[in-house]
Design a protein around this ligand. Structure first.
Ligand code: HXC
Length: 518
């Protein structure tokens, strides 16, 4: 190749023009808002020097619409390409807010469409770094169609490759539905927000003043709406966490999750576990203490930590192998199942099942949350999601009953009848149709009403119920659980149980798709 040829010169000129486009002015604009540029984000995400960009020189389409102005930039406001994260292939797109607010026009959409299709074909995760004002107003219907393509791709890829959205600025209008459809949403506090309609529209339509942060900031979506699964203080920490998160996941649904080298630092037999669950059934404890003593030291990656906190979900490792953990949290609302905790658990289970991640359940649940509020909002419909998700999961499924396992909640939390592969219970387990107070009130209503000292009678009946009915030994003797175990040996029991389930294979009858309650 003659480096003095016209074409080679054009090649160099274009390269220089691209570098000029990403000048310090654009970077300054982002930095002043506490944000990184799209290229800086890409550099943080991928292993050094591994990112290969494609379509860097495409230019926006001319739609013949004469309204506003379309900036004739290179790349049309989005960087797309592939590279390695922890040595494994990952595809990504990063929107550039400095070009027309990262808005999505026809060409911008086509680039994302291309990279999505590639990720699916190659069976590799795709990450969207989102910083966008939504559909590009100047490009009208072409922008809307662009979003339709992107949504459709996400749905086609769902359950085949992990799809993760990272919100690093605004995600407005159509920009919110791509994250909503993907498996996981990461957000950065204070600089990212998501809403279908922004504060200006809220003001116009409802005459309400609301800030972007209050309407759709990271905190709101992590705590209240449940849209954001993980939030971090700044963009760097968000991306560092995302890199770590990827180490738990397989690249696609026909691979097993990666196995890390186990450091041997976790005791297989740990007597501290005998003292975590308080003797008093009304006393709370943090189920994370149980989790952290059982799984490989330091391996717990909690998901949706701030949302529906009466259930804890997250990934961990047992001897280097990824497992998905679902645990009732006695510290919050006594670990009760409500609408939000049911849907949180269900979505987590379905992700694990799609990506061959075995499930481990720790159970201490008094039941479903009673009351008009929950009933009217549809606890029946939403609770059914958790039940459904467990029962349809074909990955290895193990439950350890730590304490309460009452009523419907017993059934739901991966009971034997629902297809639990191994169901263990600690001696502290209380397994029955309902808690002692409710049972005594129903069965002994007349006797209590007529008793001279109803308080003492009730106390005595509750004690007898606990002793005779709500214990794990009846379930053990009848085979409804597989074994009552010493808490100290839980880790070693789980390791051998998961090993025994390594080649679990379930044939699911063919159907177009199931019809889970939504
Ligand atoms: C074209 C846009 C744009 C858009 C922002 N810009 N959004 N250009 N189409 N959707 C441009 C602005 O004109 C501006 O250009 C630059 O991006 C930066 O925007 P600012 O408003 O100055 O920034 P900021 O104050 O940070 O506010 C960001 C914002 C706001 C909150 C995102 O721009 C905004 O509200 N945009 C509209 C959001 C929205 O309603 N989108 C919905 C589109 S409808 P200059 O040249 O001045 O730098 C949609 C439908 C799909 O998406 C529905 C599918 C289900």
């Amino acid at each position: 190749m003659d480096i003095n040829s016209k074409n080679f010169k054009s090649y160099l000129d274009r390269d220089n023009a691209l570098k000029k486009q990403y000048n310090t002015e654009r970077a300054k604009k982002q930095h002043n808002k506490g944000k990184l540029t799209a290229y800086e984000r890409i550099a943080l995400l991928f292993d050094e020097g591994s990112f290969e960009e494609i379509d860097a020189f495409v230019t926006p389409a001319d739609n013949g619409i004469e309204f506003g102005k379309v900036e004739k930039s290179f790349g049309d406001g989005v960087i797309v390409g592939h590279g390695k994260v922890g040595g494994r292939l990952v595809f990504a797109y990063a929107q550039d807010f400095t070009i027309m607010g990262g808005s999505l026009g026809q060409v911008h959409a086509r680039k994302i469409d291309k990279i999505q299709q590639m990720a699916l074909k190659m069976g590799a995760p795709i990450i969207g770094l989102i910083d966008s004002g939504g559909a590009r107003i100047q490009e009208g219907i072409a922008s809307l169609n662009g979003y339709a393509l992107i949504f459709s791709n996400i749905i086609q890829s769902s359950g085949i490759i992990p799809q993760i959205s990272v919100i690093m600025g605004p995600a407005a209008g159509g920009a919110v539905y791509s994250p909503a459809l993907t498996d996981w949403v990461f957000m950065t506090s204070h600089t990212s927000y998501m809403f279908v309609t922004g504060p200006n529209v809220v003001k116009e339509v409802l005459n309400e003043d609301v800030s972007s942060e209050d309407l759709g900031g990271a905190e709101i979506h992590a705590r209240k709406s449940g849209v954001a699964n993980m939030i971090y203080d700044d963009e760097e920490n968000t991306i560092i966490a995302l890199r770590k998160f990827l180490t738990y996941l397989p690249s696609n649904n026909v691979e097993n999750p990666p196995v890390t080298v186990y450091d041997g630092l976790t005791a297989d037999i740990n007597e501290k576990l005998r003292d975590i669950v308080p003797d008093d059934p009304n006393k709370a404890y943090d189920v994370r203490d149980v989790i952290n003593l059982i799984i490989d030291k330091g391996s717990f990656f909690e998901t949706s930590e701030l949302y529906a906190q009466s259930i804890v979900t997250g990934f961990g490792r047992l001897k280097g192998k990824t497992i998905g953990i679902i645990a009732n949290q006695p510290k919050v609302l006594a670990g009760v199942l409500d609408i939000d905790s049911s849907t949180k658990g269900a979505r987590f289970i379905r992700f694990c099942d799609a990506f061959n991640i075995p499930l481990l359940t720790f159970e201490d649940v008094p039941g479903f949350l009673p009351g008009m509020d929950q009933e009217h909002q549809g606890i029946i419909r939403h609770g059914a999601k958790l039940l459904y998700a467990y029962a349809e999961a074909t990955v290895p499924r193990i439950t350890v009953i730590l304490r309460k396992a009452y009523g419907g909640a017993y059934i739901v939390m991966n009971s034997k009848g629902l297809g639990g592969d191994f169901n263990f219970a600690w001696p502290s387990a209380e397994i029955a149709v309902m808690g002692p107070d409710g049972a005594v009130a129903i069965l002994y209503r007349r006797e209590l009403a007529e008793a001279k000292d109803p308080v003492s009678l009730k106390k005595e009946l509750v004690r007898t119920y606990r002793e005779k009915v709500a214990n794990p030994f009846i379930a053990d003797e009848k085979g409804y659980i597989d074994e009552v175990i010493d808490p100290a040996v839980t880790r070693s029991k789980l390791i051998s149980a998961f090993e025994a389930l390594n080649n679990k294979w379930v044939k699911v009858p063919s159907r177009k798709h199931d019809n889970m309650p939504l």
